[in-house]
Design a protein around this ligand. Structure first.
Ligand code: NIG
Ligand code: FE
Length: 402
């Protein structure tokens, strides 16, 4: 396939002048699942010129977007909890009273694999409609060995049912279920570790995540889990410093984590540790917005420290019922003061790093041909629009998805 007259945001600064890597009148050659060539129309090699062309009409073409943090598999919803919070309850109070994550656990345990898949697909379709071509999906609402495996199987089946690439993350250490109340060590030993080993043996896990927080797990709880992940050759990531500073980001960085996510209460020591380890900061403005958090993540310090920032939806029924990556980008700009260029890097090349991927997230020869074609003429438009997604066409692995 040959795309002509594209306004190309390669996100590959080497081929352009800025982070967007903009090429105003560009062509892209796709061969099979890969990008064979990208550059100015005038430089298109003669050998490619005779191919049947798809004229982009100067529309913006970007890498397909990457949502590197979602909890898109779950049953039920938490609209009532939303209402309770608006009447004055805090997220922690709801969680301590057995609501919150645990109410989604009850609903998810009761649902079959087929039922969970049927619930997840429309959510994934909404993410695809906002430009996503790769999404990460976590477990973490099962909290038994069987139910964590069930969630991860559903996540894998999403990737077989839709053209998106799905990266799966084991998150059994998301919450302590009622049957283990006050016994977090036993939960790690009897559920988190065995479910990780079983899921890994079934080929269901691409990474291991956990929730480090006063209402969830301590670093001491998580040390054996991260050690096991690394023994299995799996990368780790961590929900860190969302509600309080637990030193989670530095702990994750010491374990070579791909990312530390949320980070509103991140300390300067955490930033230094992440910078030294190359750990990506995944910022989740949907959760900040929904929980009406007032503590901002330290964006300026992350920027100054050279920590790459990714932006994701954190799509989940409690803290972030947000199914649009472009709206997440808008929130990252308006609430956190990212530039639109940083927001787009955050859903393309930096998001790939948060998933440990090296074959996508930019437009360059050899990379996977996942592209989004937009009814837009400047990449800042993707972050600027509120609630409308100007997606025109998407290309998954070199195939046009009409
Ligand atoms: O990323 N922080 C913990 N986990 C999710 C929330 C999940 C939920 O509330 O159901 C998050 O915000
Ligand atoms: Fe999350």
């Amino acid at each position: 396939m040959l795309l002509t007259h594209a306004t190309l945001a390669t996100m590959s600064p080497a081929s352009g002048t800025e982070g967007y890597g903009l090429i105003p009148d560009a062509a892209v050659v796709l061969e099979g699942e890969r990008i064979a060539w990208a550059g100015p129309m005038a430089d298109l090699p003669a050998g490619y010129r005779a191919r049947p062309a798809q004229d982009c009409g100067h529309r913006l073409v970007t890498p397909g977007l990457i949502d590197c943090h979602t909890h898109a598999v779950f049953a039920g919803h938490r609209a009532v909890e939303f209402e309770l919070r608006l009447k004055g309850a805090s997220y922690e109070e709801v969680a301590r009273a057995g609501g919150g994550i645990l109410s989604t656990v009850t609903a998810t345990r009761a649902a079959s694999e087929d039922a969970l898949l049927a619930l997840a697909l429309p959510r994934v379709d909404q993410l695809i409609a906002s430009g996503a071509t790769t999404i990460e999906v976590k477990s973490g609402y099962g909290l038994t060995v069987a139910d964590e495996l069930k969630m991860l199987r559903v996540a894998r089946r999403i990737g077989q049912s839709r053209p998106v690439t799905v990266k799966t993350t084991h998150l059994a250490a998301h919450a302590i279920p009622p049957e283990f109340k006050g016994r977090s060590t036993a939960y790690i030993d009897e559920v988190a570790l065995p479910s990780l080993r079983a899921a890994h043996a079934e080929g269901l896990v691409d990474a291991v995540d956990a929730f480090c927080e006063t209402i969830a797990f301590t670093l001491e709880d998580l040390a054996p889990l991260f050690a096991e992940a690394r023994a299995l050759g799996l990368p780790v990531k961590l929900h860190a410093e969302q509600l309080t500073d637990q030193g989670g980001a530095a702990f994750a960085a010491r374990h070579g984590a791909l990312s530390a996510d949320h980070l509103e209460y991140l300390s300067p020591e955490g930033i230094a540790a992440m910078a030294a380890a190359g750990t990506v900061a995944v910022i989740l403005p949907g959760a900040f917005y929904t929980l009406r958090e007032s503590q901002l993540p330290p964006i300026a310090a992350l920027r100054a420290g050279g920590v790459p920032m990714a932006v994701a939806t954190d799509f989940n029924p409690g803290s972030s019922p947000l199914a649009s990556l472009t709206l997440a980008m808008n929130m990252a700009c308006t609430l956190f003061r990212l530039t639109p260029e940083e927001a787009l890097l955050g859903t393309t090349s930096h998001a790939t790093r948060a998933l440990g991927l090296t074959d996508r997230g930019r437009i360059a020869p050899g990379l996977r041909a996942d592209l989004a074609i937009w009814d837009a003429d400047h990449p800042a438009e993707l972050s600027y629009r509120l609630g409308a997604t100007p997606l025109h066409t998407r290309i998954f692995g070199g195939r046009l998805d009409a």
